[in-house]
Design a protein around this ligand. Structure first.
Ligand SMILES: Cc1ncc(COP(=O)(O)O)c(C=O)c1O
Length: 489
């Protein structure tokens, strides 16, 4: 069973001084948010009351009352002999849109509820369902499988056919790439962690955009490195701020998402790419370019890959089949100079030794047919994006969001610092959300909420109805600003 010590939990809970209400309620609310955000995994054994009280500098009675409140709300369970563990309550309300996604009954028979098995509608993740091509690609992969069974099945760098398909795709997008420059990974996140493992150690700094992708922040923190945030300006990259951060902090690594940045949806212009490339090349900063969302351009072409403005020996471009095709494939890649790819593969040998063969065969097939499949994917995502924008305009007109030219999410400005409270309230209305502060380095973004447009339009419409109610409940509470939630990194 996972455990969390008193001091670890106290660090995660962070500063509660600005929040209102009795001390026990503030401790309970902070732990509840950690559970909802996934930062305290389910089934984690919480520290003993005395230990947590000492770590937080509060009385034991406060922690006893906080644990009682968590148990009462279903966020913790206690069993004799095994202490108190984190849990999630069964949803007390019906799902938005009826008992099943699609409400209308005409949608696919799927139940894309939260990954923890609860029956909440998962708006915390931004990952669409698989298109029909995925099923067909698996069938084709199984037909090819007998050719591979006589071999060992271990392909440290990836199946040659898939490496070639990835290289061809990158070359077609304007980044000339040989198969030897590609390492197939189990997703883009895996690729990023391999880079962290290769080059970062405790105390190293990693430049990130602010806001940024939360799992990247978590990975940076877990490697003992420190994220150096550079704020994105309203509509793009603040090149002066990037140059200053590089000069002042000499980061070991930069992690950037120029293509439908998650969560803002921003797309770097060609001029911004050229300038970013110049700053990072001059400083010889190893740069990870996360292109996970690049194939989801909904309103027009994407400028050349950022890697075309950077040297191959200082750039790792990571990509993925997860958003273009399906997250369940668990296939991504890293692209760099061949020497760097070999060093990453050496790290990989100590981690998982290769990705599953059937999935690699399926993705090779899918990439070869991608040009034919993408228009339908884009058309559906356009409908969903526009439906979400329209529903928000109608039901939550005080919220503001720039309509992104691609990707999967809206980065909403709520007009008040209530994001974390909204996450808790939305759960009572059947919705799982990720609070704005998850996307920041220092607990900012309480005024922000990332909303994915990854569901059919009618589901999104129902979800916005539920959000309207949750937002109404939160703003009716009024009072103090939301408690700060501190990022993990
Ligand atoms: C920007 C970004 N990078 C990486 C990932 C993780 O992708 P994968 O499923 O390929 O690990 C995601 C998924 O949400 C993402 O949005």
């Amino acid at each position: 069973m996972r455990t969390v010590t008193g001091s670890q939990l106290a660090t995660l809970i962070g500063d509660r001084s600005e929040a209102g209400g009795p001390a026990y309620a503030r401790v309970a609310a902070a732990i509840r948010r950690l559970v909802l955000d996934g930062r305290l995994p389910l089934e984690t054994r919480l520290p003993g009351e005395r230990e947590l009280a000492a770590a937080l500098g509060v009385s034991r009675t406060t922690v006893t009352a906080a644990y009682d409140e968590l148990r009462g709300g279903g966020y913790a369970v206690s069993r004799q002999g095994s202490g108190t563990r984190t849990a999630l309550p069964p949803s007390r309300t019906s799902r938005p849109g009826g008992s099943r996604v699609g409400g209308s009954g005409t949608g696919p028979a799927w139940t894309p509820w939260a990954a923890d098995g609860s029956d909440l509608l998962d708006l915390a993740h931004a990952a669409p369902e698989a298109p029909a091509e995925v099923r067909r690609a698996y069938d084709a992969a199984l037909e090819q499988l007998p050719l591979h069974l006589p071999g060992s099945g271990y392909h440290l760098f990836g199946l040659p056919d898939l490496r070639a398909a990835v290289a061809d795709r990158l070359t077609a997008r304007g980044l000339p790439t040989l198969p030897g420059q590609v390492l197939v990974t189990s997703g883009a996140q895996h690729a990023f962690t391999l880079v962290l493992q290769l080059v970062t150690g405790p105390g190293d700094r990693v430049l990130v955009e602010q806001p940024t992708y939360p799992n990247a922040l978590d990975a940076i923190g877990r490697h003992g490195a420190t994220a150096v945030p550079v704020a994105l300006a309203g509509d793009g990259w603040d090149l002066g701020a990037v140059a200053a951060a590089v000069r002042q902090t000499a980061p070991r690594l930069a992690y950037l998402m120029p293509d439908f940045h998650n969560p803002t949806g921003l797309l770097a212009t060609e001029a911004e790419r050229r300038e970013l490339g110049a700053v990072l090349t001059r400083s010889r900063t190893l740069t990870v370019v996360d292109e996970t969302l690049v194939e989801l351009a909904l309103d027009g072409p994407v400028p050349p890959p950022l890697a075309t403005f950077l040297p191959d020996d200082l750039t790792v471009t990571v990509g993925s089949a997860s958003k273009t095709l399906w997250g369940g494939l668990r296939i991504g890649w890293a692209r760099a100079g061949t020497a760097l790819i070999r060093r990453l593969a050496a790290v990989r040998a100590s981690v998982d030794m290769g990705s599953p063969v059937v999935e690699q065969l399926a993705v090779a097939e899918l990439l070869r047919g991608l040009d034919a499949a993408l228009p339908a994917r884009h058309a559906e995502l356009r409908i969903r994006r526009d439906a979400l924008v329209a529903a928000l305009a109608q039901r939550l007109p005080s919220w503001r969001a720039r309509v992104p030219a691609g990707g999967l999410v809206l980065w909403c400005e709520l007009g008040a610092p209530v994001s974390s409270r909204l996450v808790v309230a939305a759960e009572r209305h059947g919705i799982r959300l990720a609070a704005g502060p998850r996307f920041g380095v220092d607990g900012t973004f309480e005024r922000r909420l990332r909303l994915p447009f990854t569901y059919p339009a009618d589901v999104l419409g129902s979800a916005v109805g539920a959000l309207e109610q949750a937002f109404g409940a939160v703003t009716a509470e009024g009072g103090a600003a939301a408690e700060p939630v501190h990022a993990v990194a």
